[in-house]
Design a protein. Sequence first.
Length: 265
Amino acid sequence: MSAPSVNTDRQTQITVLHAKGLVKRFGGITATDHVTLALKKGARHALIGPNGAGKTTLINLLTGVLPPTEGRIELEGQDITDLAPHLRVQRGMVRTFQINQLFDPLTPLETLALTVSRHKGLGARWWQPLGKNVEVVRRCEELLEQFHLTEVMNQPTRVLAYGKRRLLEIAIALACEPRVLLLDEPVAGVPAGEREELLQTVAALPADVSVLLIEHDMDLVFNFATYITVLVNGGLLTEGEPHFIANDARVKAVYLGHGEEAHHG
C-alpha cells in the first residue's frame, strides 16, 4: 500500500477528534478493523467507502452509540471512549440526523427555541413566550436566516419540504454550538430541486467548526472536503487530499470505478 501524500500543514494542525486503532466485532464479523482517524481543527474531512465499508459503524463508535471492542477515542485530548452519547454532545461533538429533535407538530422556530434554551441551560422554560429571553430570540433568528428557514419558521415541521427538514436538522446541530460536527449524509434523499440550497449551506458552515462528512455524493465530497479517508471492508484503505484520492488506482477500483451502485452503502 503506497503512503498518502504528506501535508506538512496538516501535520502541524491540532487534532480535535482522534480515533486510535478502533475495532468493532459482531460475533465473528469485524465491522471496524483497527481504524485510526485524526480530525484536525477547522477540518473539512470526508469519510467515504463502498457498501459494507464500515462507515456507519465507525460513526456509531465515535458518537458513543456503540462501544468499541478495542481502541480509544479522544476529543480535544480527553479520553471519551466510554462516554455516553449525550455527554459527548455536551463536550462539543454533535452528529446531524441522529439527534431526534424534529418534532413534527412544532415549527422550526419552536424547535430551535427548544434546542437553544436547552443548550443555554434554561431547561423547561423554553415554552415561555419567545420574547422573554432576548438571547434565545437573537440566536433563533440567526439560525433561521443562516439555514434559509425564515419563510417557513411558523409552519409545522411535518409539512416542510424534505430539503427544509434537512436544513432544520443541521440548524439544530449548530444550535448546540459544536466544535466537532459529524455530517451524516446531508443530501441523502433530497430531491434535485432542493439540493443546491443545502449544498450552499453546508459549504458555508462556520470555519471554526471541525467537520467530518459521511457522504455518498462524490460531487459534494470533492467540492467540500480538503482531506478524505477511504474505508474498505472495515479497514482504512488510504487517506489524503482530494487530488491524491481522485488519482489513486485502488480507490478507483474498489469505489469510484463502480459507478452509482457503490454510492449507496
